[in-house]
Design a binder for this molecule. Structure first.
Ligand code: TXA
Ligand code: MG
Length: 313
C-alpha cells in the first residue's frame, strides 16, 4: 500500500473512517491508530507491526466523556487519577465494556485508557469521531518512534497514513497503572512519576518488573526498546572500555572518544533523545552504545527502566 504523509488531522482521520490505520503524534511517542470498534482495522495494526497477538492495545480518547463507551465502571481511585492526570502521559487499566472487541485487548477483560494532551492528537481524535486503539508506531521490538521519519523508516508501505508533526515532547511511553483491583498498581514507568501518583492516591504500589513477579502487563515480557547495537550502562569513565567506533549518550562527557556522542542538558532532554539516538546509531552501524545511568528522580526511573531493558536484550 502507498503511505500518505500529511499534516492535516482531518485528512488523516479520513483514513480511519474508511477502516484504515494511521500513525499519529502524541506527547509521549507516535502511535499507530485504528477505530477501537473496528476489528478488521485492529487486525491490520498487529500485522503492520508484527506485534504478538497476546499484547493488548491502549485506547485513546478525545474527551473524558468517551471513557464510558469503553468501560463498565470507573472505580473512585481510577477517577481520581483521571481527574488529576488526563489529558497527559498516563494510561489507566479498567474493566472493559462488552462493546470493545477482544482483539483490541488481546483477549483480556480489561482495557488501557489514555487521553493524549498534544493538541494535534486531540484534534485528530475529535475528527475520528471514535476512540482509537494505538500501540507505539514502530515495528515490534524496535525503539518507539519519536519522529514521523522514524515511523516512516519502520512502517512505510505498511500503514495508510502518517500524520506528521514535530519530534515528541517526552519521548518515552506513558505510565501505565492497573486500576482493576483495590490497590492501583504501576505496570510501566513513565513521565507521570510514582511520587506524583502517590500524592493523589497514597495507597498506590508498583511492581518490580525486573524481579520475580510475573509480568501483569503482557507487553513487559516482550523484547522492547532495543537498538540492534549492544547497550552498556555506565556511571563513570572507569567502567568503560569504549573504542572510537562506539557511541555515547548521557549527561556528562564521560567518554570522549565516541564516534557518535550526545551530551544532554537535562534528564528530560536525555529521555526525549534516547530512542532517536538508538535509531541514529543503528543507521550508522554502531556496535556498542554506552549510556550513562541517571538518578531516581522525576523521569529518571522511567528512563532507567528503558535503558535496562535495552541493555538486557
Ligand atoms: O505513550 C504511550 O502509551 C504510547 C502512545 C502511542 O500512547 N503507546 C504505547 O503503546 O506505548 P504500546 O502498545 O506500545 O504499549 C502498551 C503497554 C504494553 O506494555 C501493554 O502490554 C500494556 O501497555 N497494556 C495495554 N493494555 C493493557 C491491559 N489491559 N492490561 C495490562 N497492560 C496493558
Ligand atoms: Mg510499544
Amino acid at each position: 500500500m502507498k503511505t500518505v504523509l500529511t499534516r492535516s488531522g482531518t485528512e488523516a482521520a479520513g483514513f480511519i473512517k474508511l477502516g484504515g490505520i494511521v500513525a499519529f503524534p502524541t506527547e509521549t511517542v507516535y502511535g499507530l491508530g485504528a477505530n477501537v470498534f473496528d476489528e478488521t482495522a485492529i487486525a491490520k495494526i498487529f500485522a503492520a507491526k508484527g506485534r504478538p497477538s497476546d499484547n493488548p492495545l491502549i485506547a485513546h480518547v478525545s474527551s473524558v466523556d468517551q471513557i464510558e463507551l469503553l468501560t463498565r465502571e470507573v472505580p473512585p481511585l481510577a477517577q481520581k487519577l483521571i481527574d488529576s492526570f488526563f489529558p497527559g502521559p498516563l494510561t489507566v487499566v479498567l474493566h472493559k465494556s462488552d462493546t470493545v472487541p477482544l482483539i483490541a485487548t488481546a483477549g483480556l477483560d480489561t482495557i488501557g485508557l489514555r487521553m493524549p494532551r498534544l493538541s494535534l492528537a486531540q484534534a485528530f481524535l475529535v475528527e475520528c469521531n471514535a476512540p482509537l486503539v494505538a500501540p507505539s508506531a514502530n515495528l515490534s521490538g524496535r525503539p518507539s518512534p519519536t519522529t514521523w521519519q522514524a515511523v516512516e523508516e519502520d512502517l512505510d508501505g505498511r500503514v495508510d497514513c502518517i500524520l506528521q508533526s514535530d519530534a515528541t515532547e517526552i519521548g518515552l511511553e506513558s505510565t501505565v497503572v492497573d486500576c482493576t483491583s483495590a490497590t492501583p498498581l504501576v505496570l510501566r514507568k513513565g513521565a507521570v512519576s510514582f511520587e506524583s501518583l502517590r500524592a493523589v492516591v497514597p495507597q498506590i504500589s508498583s511492581i518490580d518488573v525486573d524481579g520475580s513477579d510475573t509480568p501483569r502487563s503482557p507487553g513487559m515480557k516482550h523484547r522492547h526498546y532495543s537498538p540492534r547495537a549492544d547497550v552498556v550502562l555506565l556511571s563513570d569513565a572507569a567502567d568503560s572500555s569504549a573504542t572510537n567506533d562506539d557511541a555515547f549518550i548521557g549527561l556528562h562527557p564521560i567518554i570522549s572518544s565516541a564516534r557518535i556522542s550526545r551530551i544532554c542538558g537535562s534528564t528530560e532532554e536525555y529521555a526525549a533523545s534516547l530512542f532517536e539516538f538508538f535509531r541514529e546509531c543503528d543507521r550508522a552501524g554502531v556496535k556498542t552504545i554506552y549510556c550513562e545511568t541517571v538518578e531516581d528522580m522525576g523521569i529518571g526511573p522511567a528512563l532507567m527502566d528503558r535503558l535496562r531493558r535495552a541493555s538486557e536484550s
